[in-house]
Write a protein that binds this ligand. Structure first.
Ligand SMILES: *[C@@H]1O[C@H](CO)[C@@H](O)[C@H](O)[C@H]1NC(C)=O
Ligand SMILES: *[C@@H]1O[C@H](CO)[C@@H](O)[C@H](O)[C@H]1NC(C)=O
Ligand SMILES: *[C@@H]1O[C@H](CO)[C@@H](O)[C@H](O)[C@H]1NC(C)=O
Ligand SMILES: *[C@@H]1O[C@H](CO)[C@@H](O)[C@H](O)[C@H]1NC(C)=O
Ligand SMILES: *[C@@H]1O[C@H](CO)[C@@H](O)[C@H](O)[C@H]1NC(C)=O
Length: 590
């Protein structure tokens, strides 16, 4: 009997436990929610549950799923949410989630949310309040979910703004709302720095449109997601700075400009890198030497030395092989050997009638050397007269301002270089810089190839200049690849921090890049600029008029050397005559 009592007590006790659990949560509701969570896991994997709010059925559910769970009963976490983003958010109440931390809000913006509606709250108002917070992946279930099996999923662009989906439907619960924006506006401002973005009026509709390799990307995106572009035009001299500020203040969705990685390390307000490029100096092509310096150019001291050594060697050999003895060898015979001299200069000289084998061989060497020398100098002189060599280029940042004009730089880029502690920039003397606050004015000077300045340019802008210079007779500027502030900077599109379709935009950007459209636009950018009348299709290099014939000035050096040599030989001649007279006069006196 006593055993029976103990047994009954035990059963009663565990029964009370079971009742306790059942009282807390309805078993069939829990089962159907569990199958909903499993379905969600199949649709898109999650490995973390984040449960907001006080006690509700979702809490006991999380224990039965094999995923890690974070309970946030207070409604907000006071730390940055650094965990992986494969998170499903469950809320016991529409108001349970009260996150305030900036980073956590950003990180959890796109995560899927499932909300348990307990009282008679309307799904419409819940969707509204979440979309105001720019959280669009929201679905709700009611208390009687087990009986009706209805899920309310928010649909931002539809009316009503939610959809009823049965648990057994094939339809996806969460959709990418922003794949079709139904004509909603994307706010943007173009920087109007060609060739990134250029405004023109459409011939057919008369609307303002933009083109350029940044503008096209944004145009195409708007077209792809069926949105309209709300394009503003600011006539501001700090245009890029202004756009970046507006994007930071969430006044714009996408800025039609490029933000360089040098400027900021924070990626919250910029996209994935759009363009990788270098950032270098754009210097003037050094001037050509004047024609009258050409002759001086080709008289190289080393070559002259070699020729002189050759001359002496040939003289010695000639002296020796004439009689096969050293008896005529003296300094005057070596230095004033007329056969060797005339031979090397390509002139005729007497050939001894009974020359031996050795002598003939040496004459052969002499003739060969003379052919080489005269043709070499002829070729040098003629090619340098057609295309004179250039003065030397600069190879270090310290030389800037000494040999080349001063560098014009926009202040926004200077600030970025100072902020990133750019060591090349620190090498430049401060008085070699001319600072421009007004970026469009700076761009205008650079576009006009103004010779009063040197410039800085990104490799990507340079490609359009290079294209333009193809038209010029002579290139005016060159891209100094050995004088770069950075060989790899990335440029990204400024995006609002809480932009809900950031991932779609970035995916679009990468696809355009992958397909080769971006490089196509970039290679065409110069001709687009010409088409819109932003740049003239003409030679801006101001070619110098070159007279077709050689002037006296061009050979002035040769004439001067000739004059000096003539004067010298007259002196020698006079000295010789005078010397003989003097000798004879001394003889007579004796
Ligand atoms: C069962 O729930 C009711 C209210 O729904 C509550 O009054 C009661 O105390 C609960 N019983 C237990 C054992 O928790
Ligand atoms: C998240 O990262 C930030 C900065 O990296 C750090 O300060 C913070 O403590 C991290 N939070 C957690 C919960 O690890
Ligand atoms: C694009 O948006 C317009 C509303 O501006 C809508 O009428 C049209 O059906 C949408 N197009 C598609 C393909 O959904
Ligand atoms: C800048 O660079 C110098 C040396 O080039 C270094 O001493 C200094 O600490 C750097 N400053 C910063 C802020 O990185
Ligand atoms: C260069 O500067 C001088 C005076 O400093 C000016 O006269 C000249 O017009 C300028 N040249 C160009 C192309 O702007």
């Amino acid at each position: 009997m006593a055993w029976w009592i103990v047994l009954l007590l035990c059963i009663g006790n565990s029964g009370a436990h079971v009742m306790d659990i059942l009282n807390k949560s309805d078993p069939s509701l829990e089962e159907s929610l569990l199958s909903l969570l499993q379905r969600l896991k199949l649709e898109e994997f999650y490995d973390t549950l984040l449960v907001y709010g006080g006690d509700c059925v979702l809490h006991s559910l999380s224990r039965r799923l094999d995923v890690s769970t974070v309970l946030v009963s207070s409604g907000s976490t006071n730390f940055d949410w650094n965990f992986s983003s494969l998170t499903l958010i469950l809320s016991c109440d529409p108001d349970a989630e009260r996150e305030v931390t900036y980073r956590t809000l950003m990180k959890l913006q796109r995560n899927r949310r499932l909300i348990y509606l307990q009282r008679n709250i309307q799904p419409k108002s819940v969707c509204n309040s979440y979309s105001q917070k720019e959280q669009h992946n929201v679905a709700m279930v009611r208390e009687h979910f087990d009986k009706l099996g209805v899920i309310y999923a928010c649909r931002y662009f539809e009316d009503p703004n939610f959809e009823k989906i049965s648990l057994w439907d094939e339809k996806p619960i969460y959709i990418e709302n922003f794949r079709n924006m139904h004509g909603k506006a994307i706010r943007t401002v173009a920087d109007l720095l060609p060739p990134r973005s250029m405004i023109h009026l459409d011939a057919k509709s008369g609307d303002m449109q933009m083109m350029g390799y940044v503008a096209n990307l944004i145009n195409n995106y708007a077209q792809k997601v069926n949105a309209t572009l709300q394009l503003e035009v600011l006539n501001n001299k700090f245009i890029v700075r202004e756009i970046l500020k507006m994007v930071e203040n969430e006044q714009l969705d996408i800025g039609t400009t490029l933000d360089i990685s040098l400027r900021t390390a924070i990626l919250e307000t910029s996209s994935y890198p759009y363009i990788l490029t270098s950032y270098c100096l754009m210097l003037q092509v050094p001037a050509k030497l004047p024609y009258n310096m050409v002759y001086a150019m080709i008289v190289d001291r080393l070559v002259l030395g070699i020729i002189f050594a050759l001359f002496c060697l040939l003289s010695i050999l000639l002296i020796y092989s004439k009689k096969m003895s050293w008896q005529d060898l003296n300094l005057a015979n070596i230095l004033l050997n007329d056969k060797s001299l005339r031979g090397l200069l390509g002139q005729s000289f007497p050939f001894p009638s009974n020359a031996g084998k050795h002598l003939r061989l040496i004459f052969c060497i002499l003739c060969f050397a003379s052919i080489m020398m005269t043709t070499m100098y002829e070729a040098y002189l003629q090619s340098f007269f057609t295309n004179p060599p250039s003065e030397s280029k600069i190879h270090s940042f310290q030389d800037i301002g000494k040999y080349q004009p001063k560098i014009a730089m926009p202040s926004i880029e200077i600030e970025a270089l100072i902020k990133t502690n750019n060591s090349y920039f620190q090498e430049i003397q401060k008085d070699a810089l001319i600072i421009f606050d007004n970026l469009p004015e700076y761009a205008k000077l650079r576009d006009a190839f103004n010779l009063n300045y040197s410039f800085v340019v990104t490799g990507d802008r340079w490609s359009a200049y290079a294209e333009q210079q193809e038209l010029f007779k002579d290139p005016v500027f060159y891209f100094a690849r050995d004088l770069c502030f950075s060989r790899l900077i990335y440029m990204s599109i400024p995006l609002r921090a809480h932009l809900p379709y950031r991932h779609l935009f970035e995916e679009h950007m990468m696809r355009q890049q992958e397909f080769g459209l971006v490089s196509h636009w970039r290679s065409h950018s110069f001709f687009d600029m010409v088409r819109l009348g932003l740049t003239p299709l003409k030679d801006l290099s101001r070619p110098k008029t070159i007279s077709p014939s050689i002037l006296l000035d061009d050979i002035s050096w040769i004439l001067k050397i000739y004059l000096a040599a003539t004067v010298l030989s007259i002196c020698c001649f006079l000295f010789e005559i005078g010397g003989e007279k003097w000798l004879r006069w001394r003889e007579l006196r004796n």
